[in-house]
Write a protein of this length. Sequence first.
Length: 369
Amino acid sequence: MIPKRTIKKFKTIDGEIPLPVFFPDATRAVIRTLDSSDIESTKTPGILVNTYHLYKDLGKDILEKNDGIRQFMSWNGAVISDSGGFQVMSLAKKGDSKGLITDEGVTFKDSNGRKTKLTPEESIRFQMLLKPDMVVVLDDFTEPDCTYEKAKETVERTILWAKKSKEEFLKICKKEKIKKENRPYLLGVVQGGEFLDLREYCTKELVKIGFDGLGYGGWPMKDNGDFNFDVPRVIAENSPENYLLYGLGVGKPEDIVGCFDLGFYIYDCVLPTRDARHSRLYVYNANTINDINIREDNFYSFFDPSKQKYQNDSSPVSTACDCLLCKKYSRSYLHHLFKNDETTALRLATIHNLRFYSLLMEEFRKRAI
């Protein structure tokens, strides 16, 4: 049986955000083509930044000088810092220049042979310099096609790294005299691939260590491309009711709806911003915002402004949206921008897609959680 989640708000440095929330990926402290005021205009309450990339490209000195990532990028909203766990898979395991993964941490090697070592402890130390509202511990990503034995190895390493991360987190909080109520959330990540017994084992071991919540880590799709809801169900069934549950990388609207029903109230993904840059806009199948019904099977569709048929279409992209694009510009104008490879096309499309996702969260909040 899945415990009913008791946390209704996401605590931030400046206050609280009602759940659920979707945080777009601002990997290097930026969402391509947007500035921080653009993000705010979409009513997006927070962003996700990536520890590995900022650790490698930005370094500590700039963060210390700016007292964290918010001041550096002039962002007034919430921040979650991802640990770099996904890069363990995408760069260290599957990249062109494979790295080295041990119980001590992971060494990344770029195409020029330059090495970057990231340990669980160093990941926590760097994330605390970012001054986020949630810190995600480093995990060993279970590859989607690995054997049971290999999956178990990633689970054991994930648990080991989680222990090291928690110890380092508490050490920093003690040294800097950060009171418990002022600490960022600390999130453990559940690995184990498609093996449900490993997912259950990993969840229970992380709960023993003690975190503020757990993330659904690893690859979420089945071989046929469908979302694997069995995994988040196992995590939810074995997590305390006061734990935040986070769908790491969960981004398809219908998958978010399914995970929401299992008690997952935090999400991040590159989908809305990446799709926007490829002329793929999300549109609610409704006449107005008040008509949106996310419980319908086909509650949204895709709009491609690059198609020739929109050349003379003076209507807005969507009448069920109040973003800058839909309020001020026509389908015809957006078609013109994409046809001429104008950067403004990418900006307006990205603003629209982010507003689609913030509206999705608003629709959830209309129904008491």
